[in-house]
Ligand binder design. Structure first.
Ligand code: SF4
Ligand code: SF4
Length: 705
């Protein structure tokens, strides 16, 4: 293991060992998610339309050199001075020289992640310029000599007491842990800074090319003081923030506000095109705009990473990321924290800062919540691949990437393989040699595979020439582990009138290749499966699977791995199992297999959230007579495929720390019947609560003869 990975392991261990801190972080993220959900309801926002609008505005133009030139020309026309900085060093040097020329000794700043990226304060302080953050959260982390933990909430990891301690130390007086009392002290502390600073530095949320205007959003109003009181105003803007026209500004303001905090927009929106006179005087007043590249042009031209440029820095991906919610942005981040921080860090700070990409457990939720629909999970897989190429692969990851081969062997040797999996001595050896955690329950294997068990794979009702046709994609679980589940699925599809086929040539879906950064293998398996599906798709077959991850791969991942018409056709034709039979539910006349009809606690697997949010499976259970209670934290259960099977901090321990929150909710729900479509989520909930978790298909009396 490299030093960076060892260091990451130690940091994760320390974070898990401090449940008070992770509880604080988790609760803050939960509140932010809830605020967003409330805002969406209150402002009647159609999330899919919002994503489409935002993509339409950003995609393709972010960091477009022609647009940057238009913006620069417009700023100059307004009387501003423009500096195009190729690197962070260039940008810092420009401001330092400007500070020298203008005699700047004190500089006030409003919140700007771009300046964090440049390590601006550090550079300027070395040049003898005192930099003071005026956003409260940024000021707190500055006084603690820390980096922001979150894009929107820099001190999300701190309690009111921690904050009171910071100011008690700084102001040399006892300040109570009361937000009002703290604010009462901070205002007079900052006021003279605004008045005495020779230079103000702001970031920019948006740059509008048609007028050379910058738009700055804050909730505290500090940016307007920073931009107007000091004689010199410097804007530092990343080139990706520039958009073409004013028509798109209201949409981005609303997307940012609602995704970040649930507000229809932030409290203060400053629109700045020039540096106006102060008290009627124009003496010494200068306006500079520094447009930063620092790797953005390279990202613009990169197939994998250019989507990251579309980020509007709302922080929503952080609020939903399960592992970030436990360890926070000081572990899950370098300077840019959280999911979007991973591609940004590789591109602006370099691969050597990237060990933390392995904290991503590929749940896919950051893409689901992103208002610009940025495919972070795929970019992160690419970062992992780059990291693995530079630093090597873990043995345990290689083991799980061989899952299909291992499943074939285990199925052929069952029940011996099942005994080995249960035996404590062999589990001890597996943990030491391969890195599979012995505390984790591993799935059992069926001696008879689904593909050999189906007497007539080409069967179906076969009665009607017009019968709808569907390929059932079992993936590993319903083929090798629980072929009864696969057989039930095929039976029910046939009862619903489908002509069903299970092509024996289909391989597994291959998710671990994506999770552990082997995109070459992932592409190979995707190419193979798409080739197998090709003739079926051409004959009008749909595709379905009982494993949400398999459908997620077909719909979300294969088109990225193998771009083209075939993958698009396969994605469009693929649906989850319950979505496929949903319209047939009244005809199926399902009856419950459980004698007690108490509410079924239902867990939605992450990959299902990207598809339907579980509603078709809920409808299925309801149609059999059950009432259903959704038991959810709003994020992942922590298992994430094979991640929770790995030994140690970056595996079982972190997986269970994430899962703990869900386990408590299940305990509180008092439900005894639990359903989940995902085999691995079922294992996680069972291991964490002792409750038996079944696939919804086992909740009905409907089985093949
Ligand atoms: S895919 Fe899931 S675990 Fe990975 S960064 Fe996104 S939210 Fe976090
Ligand atoms: S990637 Fe998306 S969700 Fe994350 S900060 Fe950027 S815009 Fe927001």
């Amino acid at each position: 293991m490299t030093n960076a990975r060892e260091e990451l392991n130690e940091k994760v261990e320390a974070a898990i060992a401090n449940p008070e801190a992770s509880d604080k972080m988790w609760r803050t993220m939960e509140r932010a998610r809830n605020a967003r959900a409330k805002g969406i309801l209150e402002h009647e926002i159609n999330v899919e339309e919002l994503k489409e609008h935002d993509r339409h505005i950003k995609a393709g133009v972010s960091a477009d050199p022609a647009l940057v030139q238009r913006f620069a020309e417009a700023v100059r026309k307004n009387g501003g001075q423009v500096f195009l900085a190729k690197t962070a060093e260039d940008a810092n040097r420009y401001v330092a020289e400007l500070a020298k020329r203008t005699g700047t000794k004190l500089l006030v700043k409003s919140k700007s992640l771009t300046t964090e990226e440049m390590e601006f304060n550090h550079y300027l302080e070395n040049e003898g310029v005192k930099c003071v953050e005026t956003d409260l959260g940024e000021l707190i982390v500055q006084l603690r000599h820390e980096k922001p933990v979150h894009l929107v909430a820099p001190c999300a990891h701190l309690s009111t007491q921690d904050i009171a301690d910071v100011f008690s130390r700084e102001l040399n007086k006892e300040i109570p842990a009361d937000p009002e009392a703290i604010l009462k002290e901070v205002r007079p502390y900052l006021r003279p800074m605004f008045l005495n600073a020779e230079m103000g530095v702001t970031g920019a949320n948006i740059g509008v090319a048609e007028t050379g205007t910058i738009v700055v959003e804050t909730n505290e109003g500090n940016a307007r003081l920073v931009a107007s009181v000091p004689k010199v105003h410097v804007v530092i803007i990343g080139m990706e923030k520039i958009i073409a026209s004013w028509d798109d500004v209201p949409q981005l303001l609303s997307a940012h506000g609602v995704s970040a905090t649930g507000q229809s927009q932030t409290v203060y929106v400053s629109i700045i095109s020039q540096h106006n006179p102060l008290a009627g005087s124009t003496e010494g007043r200068e306006f500079h705009v520094v447009i930063l590249d620092n790797g953005r042009s390279k990202m613009h031209d990169d197939r994998w990473f250019n989507d990251a440029l579309n980020c509007i820095r709302c922080g929503a991906c952080m609020n939903i990321c399960p592992t970030y919610g436990i360890v926070g942005g000081h572990v899950f981040g370098y300077i840019y924290p959280g999911p979007i921080g991973i591609p940004w860090t590789e591109n602006v700070h370099g691969l050597d800062k990237m060990a933390y990409s392995h904290l991503c457990i590929s749940c896919g939720l950051c893409k689901v919540i992103c208002p610009v629909d940025i495919d972070m999970p795929m970019m992160i897989a690419k970062v992992k691949e780059d990291d693995v190429a530079a630093n090597g692969q873990l043995r345990v990851n290689n083991f799980f990437m061989s899952s299909e081969r291992l499943a074939k062997l285990a199925s052929a040797t069952a029940p011996l393989s099942n005994w080995t999996i249960r035996n404590s001595v062999s589990r001890y050896v597996m943990e030491k040699v391969v890195g599979v955690d012995r505390r984790r329950t591993l799935p059992q294997f069926s001696r008879k595979r689904l593909k050999t068990r189906l007497a007539s794979p080409q069967g179906g009702t076969g009665k009607l020439a017009s019968a709808p046709k569907v390929v059932y994609f079992p993936d590993i679980y319903a083929d090798y582990n629980d072929s009864e589940l696969g057989a039930r699925a095929v039976h029910l599809l046939r009862r619903a009138g489908y002509e069903v086929t299970v092509p024996p040539e289909l391989k597994w879906a291959g998710m671990p290749y994506v999770s552990y950064g082997n995109l070459k293998k992932a592409t190979e398996v995707a190419t193979h499966n798409l080739k197998v599906l090709d003739s079926y798709l051409s004959s009008g077959y749909a595709v379905t699977s009982t494993e949400p991850t398999a459908v997620y791969m077909l719909r979300e991942v294969y088109p990225k791995l193998v771009p083209g018409d075939l993958s698009k056709k396969a994605a469009d034709a693929s649906r989850g199992f319950f979505a496929t039979i949903q319209k047939n539910l009244p005809d199926l006349k399902l009856t419950p297999s459980q004698t007690t009809l108490e509410p079924v606690g239902f867990h939605i697997p992450c990959h299902e959230r990207a598809l339907t949010s579980g509603s078709p499976a809920v409808a299925f259970l309801q149609s059999a007579g059950y009432s259903v209670q959704i038991v959810e934290t709003g994020t992942c259960c922590g298992m994430a495929g094979t991640f929770g099977m790995k030994h140690g901090a970056l595996g079982y321990d972190l997986s269970m720390a994430v899962g703990d929150r869900l386990f408590k909710l299940f305990e509180e729900s008092k439900t005894q019947l639990v359903a989940s479509e995902s085999s691995v989520c079922a294992t996680q909930i069972n291991d964490g609560t002792g409750l038996k978790v079944m696939h919804p298909l086992y909740f009905v009396n409907d089985q093949p003869n």
